[in-house]
Design a binder for this molecule. Structure first.
Ligand SMILES: CC(C)(COP(=O)(O)OP(=O)(O)OC[C@H]1O[C@@H](n2cnc3c(N)ncnc32)[C@H](O)[C@@H]1OP(=O)(O)O)[C@@H](O)C(=O)NCCC(=O)NCCS
Length: 206
């Protein structure tokens, strides 16, 4: 099936909000989904960093980004302190790092390369804007079920095993396939019960 990656417009917002619910279902906190005001604000402050995928006349995915300062990136803080909250108050065009906020692909359109195409668009944007890197904190939502079904392991050990290909995680595994380099685990990254509130810190220097 063919699809198109293009900038998000305000007309896309209702469908993009519906995608949040499908891509981040409970137990992920609904309080962390974007609101119409958040997405509208992102389009206002950084239009070239907001993407959607269109397939079959439908919104098949969305992907939000901001730019953080080198100092902000190197601090490797949690989501809120790095981005300044959902209105992205820390976004700066003077920064060094394109920071991935989220990526969602509609369940009807998964495994056909839309996630990979979003990442190609992200890497191309890093080059076009003369930035140093793409970076993000990545959920590890299969951690909880893994520890329920196996001997309990620390989230950092779990992440290393996913990196080595010993464990498949439905979110971290695809992102590693996109050529991101694993730097470590950030504890207390955001409220995320499936990932023990932690995230894998990932980057690609372009
Ligand atoms: C993660 C997500 C964005 C992947 O999108 P996608 O369009 O289905 O991924 P792609 O088709 O580009 O696949 C990319 C690679 O990841 C692999 N992959 C995709 N989903 C996978 C899964 N559930 N388990 C294992 N590998 C997977 C594919 O096999 C492919 O590998 P390959 O290129 O080596 O064959 C999508 O599943 C999603 O929206 N998940 C819910 C939201 C989320 O967790 N977002 C990320 C955190 S913000």
């Amino acid at each position: 099936m063919s699809f198109l990656i293009r900038p998000m417009t305000r007309t896309d917002i209702p469908e993009a909000l519906a995608l949040q619910i499908l891509a981040f279902p409970l137990p992920f906190s609904e309080d962390l989904h974007w609101s119409p005001e958040h997405l509208s604000g992102h389009i206002e402050i950084f239009p070239e960093g907001q993407f959607v995928a269109e397939a079959d006349g439908r919104l098949a995915g969305s992907c939000s980004n901001a730019i953080v300062s080198e100092e902000g990136w190197q601090a490797h803080g949690n989501w809120g302190s790095t981005m300044g909250g959902p209105f992205l108050r820390k976004h700066t065009l003077e920064g060094s790092t394109l920071y991935g906020l989220d990526i969602t692909v509609h369940p009807d359109f998964r495994r056909i390369g839309i996630g990979r195409a979003f990442y190609e668009a992200r890497f191309a944007l890093v080059s076009r804007l003369g930035l140093t890197r793409y970076g993000t904190g990545c959920r590890m939502p299969d951690y909880r079920s893994y520890t329920e079904n196996h001997t309990s392991i620390d989230i950092a050990v779990y992440a290393s095993k996913v990196v080595e290909g010993e464990i498949v995680d439905r979110t971290l595994t695809p992102l590693l396939r996109y050529g991101l380099h694993f730097l470590g685990v950030i504890e207390e990254y955001m409220e995320d019960v499936e990932s023990a509130n932690a995230a894998a810190l990932l980057e690609r220097v372009v």
